[in-house]
Design a protein around this ligand. Sequence first.
Ligand code: DGL
Length: 259
Amino acid sequence: MKIGMFDSGVGGLTVLKSVRDAFDKVDIVYLGDTARVPYGIKSRETIINYAKESANFLISQNVDIILIACNSVSANAMDVLQETFDIPIVGVIEAGVEAALKSSKTKHVGIIGTTATINSNKYQERLEAFNIKTYGKACPLFVPIVEEKLINTDISKKTVEFYLKEFKDLKDIDTIILGCTHYPLLEQDIKEFLPHINLVSSSDAIVSYIKDIIKNEGNATTELYFTDISENTSKLVEYIMGKKYDLKYINVETLSLNC
Ligand code: DGL
């Protein structure tokens, strides 16, 4: 089976890592749109257009299924992608919601993510359908902090406090969804600040969500395409995946032209 995965950049590698570890035989093609990252501060229309181009590229690589690793895309473009393309397309929102429903005893759940994810209300709507009280909070500075590898520093700790201090007073919340590809890498900082809260990450949740639809068969290849490959891209790939990969370049104009 060949799985296509895409994200706005390198953050989706947290999802790729979970999927690669869980399904060791499948073939995976990953596309990170590093030339146009971040998506989380862009409009829904732009996110939809970029997402269609990425999905189209993966389909040209003969994938059997597409996993949207990016929360901002899953929240804003999933419905349009499912209507546009006729292969199975799975996002991270449902997986995160499923994990939060299992985790929360109090039925009060926080969601943190990019501005595009939080403003879409997708996580909130899905959870509220199960009578969960939700609190969404956009934390836009978390993405550059991770990309600058400032995890577990004074800067990350101060920023966690800045965005998440209101969760200290929201005593009923027992679970927070890390609704952004980058946030699992800040788990330790967040856990230190909110030790009583269970953190649920969509990158882990996706594995149990897709286990019944993925056939763990294939040649175990992992191809990584990026629309921009800088020194930082290679470093972040190694940092997140824990090993070096040969990175393949795909020009963003080629993505647009073929769509
Ligand atoms: N991958 C994005 C997400 O999960 C975070 C980075 C961005 O803003 O593009 O929402």
